[in-house]
Unconditional design. Structure first.
Length: 137
């Protein structure tokens, strides 16, 4: 057995969170949850002993076998949850959805713009980023 901050690697790649068998030819390896593990013991991150799948801390808003990506509708300026924090979308209240790199989707209120729904659609004027609604021309 490995201690809680170590794991045994899988024989095959992890698919849908399932390890296809443990590779006993290697010793225990340190967990790598990109500093987002839900439980830390003695300064080390904990993970599943079989395959090293991490339980990501809810407050990190990360996901993935190694907590390497931001959750849906959270973003990281560098495009990855690794060594960074994931923040809620910033779409000036005109959308609650965005990609992991902050590209806003489903802009409302006659707004547009891949970054932050900060422009008015054609035929509308205003300044959404300053709280001025988009109104018809």
């Amino acid at each position: 057995h490995c201690n809680p901050t170590f794991y045994r690697p899988c024989l095959t790649p992890i698919v849908s969170g399932v390890c296809g068998g443990v590779d006993l030819t290697y010793g225990c390896q340190a967990c790598n949850c990109n500093h987002h593990a839900a439980i830390v013991v003695g300064g080390g991150e904990t993970c599943n002993e079989v395959g090293g799948i991490c339980d990501c801390a809810p407050s990190s808003h990360t996901t993935g076998n190694r907590c390497e990506r931001c959750e849906e509708n959270y973003q990281n300026p560098f495009g990855t949850g690794v060594y960074g924090s994931c923040f809620p979308c910033n779409c000036w209240t005109h959308s609650e959805t965005c990609s992991a790199i902050g590209t806003c989707t489903n802009c409302r209120d006659n707004t547009t713009g891949s970054h932050r729904c900060a422009s008015c659609q054609n035929g509308f004027f205003g300044n959404p980023s300053e709280g001025i609604p988009c109104t018809p021309c």
